[in-house]
Ligand binder design. Structure first.
Ligand SMILES: NC(=O)c1ccc[n+]([C@@H]2O[C@H](COP(=O)([O-])OP(=O)(O)OC[C@H]3O[C@@H](n4cnc5c(N)ncnc54)[C@H](O)[C@@H]3O)[C@@H](O)[C@H]2O)c1
Length: 290
C-alpha cells in the first residue's frame, strides 16, 4: 500500500465547513484538487461555499487571484451534507469539526469505513492527541495532524503533527502537499499543545496574569510585544480573537497533560471573564471592546 504523493492527491474531502474547514477547502481547490466540503446541515455547507466565493472575489479585486483561477477553483468545489458521499474515493480527508474528542473519533470511525486504505486522514485539531483521535480506527498509521491557522487562505504555516504510529511516508507526503497548497510546513511530535498552541498559550496566560496583577494595561502589554518584539498582534488582542473560552479549555487541557502543567494553570481573571460571558470578539467584550 502506498500513500498518494502530493502530486497525485486529486480528491480532497474536508469535514466541517466552519471557520477553518471552508478555508482549508479553498486552499486545496486553488491548488487543483477536486474538493468536497461537508457539514451537518445544508446551511453550514452553503455558508462555507459562500465565504470561499467571497474570499476569491476579494482576491481578484486585489489582483492576487486571476479570473480564470477563481472560476476553476469554484468549479473544483462541491458541498454535501453526507459525510460518506464526501469522503468516498478521496485521497486525503481533512477533519475540521469541533474540538471534542468524541466528535472527532466518531467522524474518523465513519470515514475509515468508507475510504480506501491508502487515503491519508488528517485532523485540524489544535490541541488534542492525534493518537487518541486515531485510536478507534483500523490502520491508524495513516492519521496525521494538519494544523492550519486562521484565516487559512492567508496564514502561511502548516503544523504537521506526527503521532508515534504515523508512517514516515504519510509525513513525507503531507510535507510535500503543504508546499503544493502554498504553506510552509513544520513537523512536530504529538505532544500536548504541539509547538504553536503550547508556546502561544503560555505567553497569552502570562499576559492575563500581568493584567490581573496590575502590572500594566492590556493595551500596554500588547504594545510591549508588538513594538518591543515585533509580534504582529499582542497576546491579549489575540486571546480576544481566539475566544477566552477556547483559550481556557486548552489551558485546562494542557495543565492536566503536561509535566510542567503549572505554567498552564488558568489565571482566575480568565475564569472570571469567561463566567461573565466576556469571551472576546465573538461576545463584543474581552480585554477590548469589539
Ligand atoms: N478557529 C481557529 O482559529 C482554529 C485554528 C486552528 C485549529 N482549529 C481547530 O479546527 C477545528 C474546527 O474549528 P473551527 O473554529 O473551524 O470550528 P467551527 O465551529 O467554526 O466549525 C466546525 C464545523 O463543524 C461542523 N460539524 C460538527 N460536527 C460535525 C460532523 N459530525 N460532521 C461534519 N461537520 C460537523 C459544525 O456544524 C461546524 O460548522 C477544531 O478542532 C479547532 O480546534 C481552530
Amino acid at each position: 500500500m502506498s500513500e498518494p504523493t502530493a502530486d497525485n492527491i486529486s480528491i480532497v474531502a474536508v469535514i466541517g465547513a466552519g471557520t477553518m474547514g471552508h478555508g482549508i477547502a479553498q486552499v486545496c481547490a486553488m491548488a487543483g484538487c477536486t474538493t468536497r466540503l461537508t457539514d451537518l446541515g445544508q446551511a453550514q455547507v452553503d455558508a462555507g461555499l459562500t465565504t470561499i466565493a467571497s474570499n476569491l472575489a476579494k482576491g481578484v479585486a486585489r489582483g492576487k487571484v486571476t479570473d480564470a483561477d477563481q472560476q476553476a477553483t469554484i468549479a473544483r468545489l462541491s458541498g454535501t451534507t453526507s459525510l460518506e458521499d464526501a469522503v468516498r474515493g478521496a485521497d486525503l480527508v481533512i477533519e475540521a469539526a469541533p474540538e471534542q474528542l468524541a466528535i472527532k473519533r466518531d467522524i474518523f470511525t465513519r470515514v475509515a469505513a468508507v475510504v480506501s486504505e491508502r487515503a491519508v486522514l488528517g485532523t485540524n485539531t489544535s490541541s488534542l492527541s492525534i493518537a487518541d483521535i486515531a485510536a478507534p480506527i483500523p490502520n491508524p498509521s495513516r492519521v496525521i495532524g494538519l494544523h492550519f491557522f486562521n484565516p487559512v487562505h492567508i496564514m502561511k504555516l502548516l503544523e504537521i503533527v506526527v503521532a508515534e504510529q504515523t508512517r514516515d511516508e504519510v509525513t513525507a507526503s503531507m510535507r510535500a502537499f503543504a508546499e503544493r497548497i502554498g504553506k510552509q510546513p513544520i513537523v512536530v511530535k504529538d505532544a500536548p499543545g504541539f509547538a504553536t498552541s503550547r508556546l502561544g498559550l503560555v505567553i497569552g496566560l502570562e499576559a492575563i496574569r500581568m493584567v490581573e496583577q496590575g502590572v500594566a494595561s492590556a493595551q500596554d502589554i500588547d504594545k510591549a510585544m508588538t513594538l518591543g518584539y515585533g509580534f504582529p498582534m499582542g497576546p491579549l488582542k489575540l486571546t480576544d480573537l481566539v475566544g477566552l473560552d477556547v483559550r481556557l479549555s486548552i489551558a485546562e487541557y494542557l495543565a492536566s497533560k503536561l509535566e510542567q502543567g503549572a505554567h498552564f494553570e488558568p489565571p482566575q481573571l480568565l475564569r472570571d471573564m469567561v463566567a461573565q460571558g466576556k469571551l472576546g470578539k465573538k461576545s463584543g467584550q474581552g480585554f477590548y471592546e469589539w
